[in-house]
Design a protein around this ligand. Structure first.
Ligand SMILES: *[C@@H]1O[C@H](CO)[C@@H](O)[C@H](O)[C@H]1NC(C)=O
Ligand SMILES: *[C@@H]1O[C@H](CO)[C@@H](O)[C@H](O)[C@H]1NC(C)=O
Ligand SMILES: *[C@@H]1O[C@H](CO)[C@@H](O)[C@H](O)[C@H]1NC(C)=O
Ligand SMILES: *[C@@H]1O[C@H](CO)[C@@H](O)[C@H](O)[C@H]1NC(C)=O
Ligand SMILES: *[C@@H]1O[C@H](CO)[C@@H](O)[C@H](O)[C@H]1NC(C)=O
Length: 779
């Protein structure tokens, strides 16, 4: 497993389960859970319940032509009737293959599980300063996201959390069409803040079922869903902290928005997953309910084609109805090509640090000291304790590799008892290592990075006193243990420190581009805070998600792209408040083109090892909400543009017609590169390419000038170089031509950027270029 496995909670283990499930499917005659996707419905939104029943009946009939009508009724466990057309059913592989050949079918795919991929951050993003909200803050302009409705696809919600109290909230907006489904959990109540909740478990049950009564509720039993939802739109809650750390006022990006929980992720035997069939059902409901924004901190394996990816399909239908879908990029970094949720209608968010740390110094007997981080409690006494390496504490039957990483049953309690143990990061969770150390009798843990995670240190609420240090520091501690006669160490109690530099830098776990589905779209789109984020939690879960950990906190600190995604969902909510008529693409463009590629030292944003990061980790840069409220120009997109893009990917008119149920013919020629996206990616440049973009003036009349920084070994020319706008809403097109300038240029991706500026606005887009196999140098 990659480092992503170590982030926040057990959902990461599901990828392994899924792989083994997929192998099983090759056995003929065995039944599996599938989604049969039929595209859109031809009926409009004003459909009666009788007609909805008729749609379900048509699904039974359709499947009946393959299985016979009785078997068809038993097989179908979801019929998607409102916006998304299709059903989920238990089928044999051969039946699934037959159905896939039917002309009305867009795709048939296994109901796969997706994995789930928080107070300082808003100040770091410039929305407030020491609790004071300046008039220029987007919060004021957007009235804190008032009456925007933000939905969350996740593990549900803890409805009693103060972050979702409705104190001070007026009546529920009249556009709200949804309900509060509490199933068998009568204590679960919605209110004027948490205006709706639903849960979807049939896709999960079709693989792991049957389910008992605890699965009949939208209540969050994991903490992840409450955390993400409150980051997007939780109330102002003073005095939120974890064991006293990060104390302050918790709040979401759109603190006055209304929130809705769609529970699609379920824990089973300590592990959890979010199935395609449930995601599709949830989004079909969310469109009907009237949400404005969907925050989606979950994702599948990179490389899944769009029509076999439940989240991509669901997001398309949402986008078609004007809903912004904000998704996490995934926690499989820092390897290239790991980014998930790469459809051009999704808003894909990477994760980076902010300027807050929780330093806990590791002090060695030789007086060396290292600034680590932790959210753990202090050591009982201010004394030096004996220090042992995990390798040296190996249990007889364990492997060296397991012991080194402090995996379960790998440590010998006789060697560990009463000592501070040095554990290596990787494989099992960071907090699990602490748990194993505690079980073996350690008084404290020093958690050292492996080579891959380098300088990225994360403050976790470890179950014992602990400090997390970098790779090179870990090597120094190991050297001291090897050479000292009786090694000893001490860990100072953690404190909360602000103003840390450099910040942001990219989290090593944040998944990276290029997109493995369509590298012509630069993904991820943007980065936002996703390391050590304080937000609401569930009182049914322990802060480490370890069963042995009996602590319960109303707020907790988590890290992951799961945490950066709802930051942007909250900001999208603010823009929706200010510009209710903007398309999801225009809102995304505003956020992307105003992002920043520099850190708080004014240096280019770096990665976890201190090297310059690239747009494949931060996209257009680090989000700047106040600037996003006034972008000057936007690169807009319509649903038709997305359909043309699908043509460019090789889907034909008849496939796309069933996808949308509207008359549609593929244009004669579509270049993927011409999708009007606010960034540029050219994956196979042989000599020269010209791409066209159109920008819309949303600021004031004025003249914009193009400024280009060409990627190394290429030349980029923009034509025309000046764009003059006489009025608001006016659109102007330009061509951007990229040429290879020298032999062997751009063998690997090289990066530059284009900025349109009128002196006040800086509309910036990254450019990524890689040469193809048949380079021809333009003269
Ligand atoms: C329901 O199932 C879960 C998971 O198997 C189990 O932990 C729980 O105790 C069960 N609850 C009830 C009420 O049976
Ligand atoms: C958190 O801050 C509030 C307000 O400054 C203060 O009243 C409270 O005691 C603090 N709590 C902790 C645990 O430090
Ligand atoms: C469109 O593609 C599908 C699937 O590849 C194929 O069966 C169909 O014949 C194609 N239709 C046309 C009009 O080319
Ligand atoms: C470059 O050439 C390769 C091989 O002939 C081709 O597959 C690719 O599409 C070309 N790239 C562009 C951008 O035209
Ligand atoms: C862009 O280039 C195409 C030809 O490659 C040309 O037809 C078009 O007029 C150009 N557009 C602009 C805005 O210069």
């Amino acid at each position: 497993m990659t480092m992503g496995a170590a982030i926040t909670n057990p959902f990461y283990l599901t990828c392994l389960i899924i792989l083994s499930l997929m192998q099983v499917t090759t056995i003929a005659g065995e039944k599996h859970s599938y989604v049969v996707y039929l595209g859109s419905h031809s009926h409009g939104p004003e459909i009666s319940s009788t007609d909805l029943d008729r749609v379900t009946e048509s699904h039974y009939e359709f499947l009946g032509t393959f299985l016979g009508s009785n078997k068809a009724k038993d097989a179908i466990f979801y019929s998607y009737t409102r916006h998304i057309n299709g059903f989920a059913a238990i089928l044999e592989e051969e039946e699934a293959a037959q159905i896939a050949n039917h002309p009305d079918v867009v795709s048939v795919f296994l109901n796969k599980a997706r994995k789930l991929h928080t107070t300082r951050s808003w100040e770091f993003l410039g929305l407030e300063n020491n609790g004071v909200i300046h008039p220029s803050s987007i919060w004021k302009k957007a009235r804190f996201g008032e009456d925007v409705i933000i939905g969350n696809l996740d593990t549900g919600v803890w409805p009693e959390s103060k972050s979702f109290s409705d104190e001070g909230f007026g009546p529920i907006p009249s556009k709200w069409n949804g309900i509060c489904v509490n199933g068998l959990d009568k204590s679960f109540r919605c209110n004027r803040k948490l205006i709706g909740a639903r849960y979807f478990n049939r896709g999960f049950a079709s693989v792991y079922g049957p389910l008992n009564s605890t699965y009949e509720s939208p209540r969050d039993d994991d903490g992840h869903g409450s955390h993400t939802l409150s980051t997007a739109a939780g109330n102002f809650v003073p005095g939120a902290n974890v064991l006293g750390y990060a104390n302050g006022t918790a709040k979401g990006g759109s603190p006055k928005a209304r929130v809705v929980a769609y529970k699609v992720c379920w824990l089973y035997k300590g592990e959890g997953s979010c199935f395609d069939a449930d995601v599709l059902a949830a989004v079909d409901a969310a469109i009907f309910d009237g949400v404005d924004v969907l925050s989606t901190s979950l994702g599948g394996s990179p490389g899944t084609p769009f029509f076999e990816d439940g989240i991509a399909i669901a997001s398309f239908h949402a986008a078609k109805h004007g809903i912004s879908v904000v998704c996490s990029a995934g926690n499989s970094g820092p390897l290239a090509g790991t980014v998930a949720n790469v459809a051009p209608w999704q808003f894909t968010i990477g994760a980076s640090t902010m300027d807050r740390e929780f330093p806990a110094y590791v002090v060695l007997g030789n007086k060396m000291q290292f600034k680590g981080q932790s959210l753990s409690k202090a050591l009982p006494n201010k004394l030096f304790y004996p220090l042992i390496s995990s390798k040296g504490a190996k249990a007889v039957h364990a492997t060296i590799e397991d012991a080194e990483r402090c995996k379960p049953n790998s440590l010998d309690p006789r060697k560990v008892k009463g000592k501070i143990i040095l554990c290596l990061r990787g494989d099992n969770g960071r907090v699990d290592k602490g748990n194993q150390a505690l079980i073996a009798g350690a008084v404290a843990m020093i958690l050292a990075n492996d080579k891959e995670s380098a300088n990225e240190i994360i403050a976790d609420p470890h179950v014992l006193p602990a400090s997390h240090i970098t790779y090179s520091e870990g090597l120094a501690v190991a050297r001291y243990i090897r050479t000292a006669k009786s090694p000893v160490a001490y860990i100072t109690p953690p404190t909360t420190q602000l103003g840390v530099k450099p910040a942001p830098f990219m989290a090593a776990f944040s998944s990276q581009g290029p997109s493995s589905v369509a590298p012509e779209i630069l993904k991820p789109d943007i980065t936002a805070p996703g390391v050590s984020i304080l937000a609401a939690y569930s009182l049914e879960a322990s802060p480490t998600n370890e069963n042995e950990d009996k602590r319960r906190f109303p707020y907790n600190i988590l890290s992951g792209t799961s945490m950066s995604c709802p930051h942007v969902a909250g900001i999208v909510g603010l823009l929706k408040s200010i510009y209710p008529n903007w398309s999801p693409a225009a809102i995304r463009s505003a956020i992307m083109t105003t992002a920043r590629m520099r850190d708080n030292r004014r240096h280019p944003v770096t990665d976890a090892s201190g090297l310059k990061a690239t747009p494949f980790s931060y996209g257009s840069g680090h989000v700047r909400p106040n600037r996003a409220a006034d972008p000057g120009l936007v690169y807009d997109l319509t649903v038709k543009d997305y359909l043309n893009f699908l043509c460019g990917l090789g889907y034909n008119s008849s496939q796309i017609k069933s996808f949308t149920k509207e008359p549609y013919t593929c244009p004669k020629h579509t270049a993927l590169a011409n999708l009007n996206y606010p960034s540029f990616s050219v994956p196979n440049l042989n000599s020269t390419i010209t791409v066209t973009r159109t920008v819309k003036n949303v600021g004031s009349p004025g003249s914009y000038r193009a400024r280009v920084v060409s990627p190394l070994g290429t030349s980029v020319i923009v034509e025309p170089k000046y764009l003059k706008f006489d009025k608001v809403g006016e659109e102007k097109s330009f061509n951007l031509t990229v040429k290879l300038r020298q032999k062997d240029a751009a063998r690997d991706y090289v990066f530059g950027h284009l900025t349109w500026t009128d002196g006040k606005h800086h509309v910036k887009s990254p450019i990524a270029v890689k040469a193809g196999s048949t380079q021809v140098i333009a003269s």
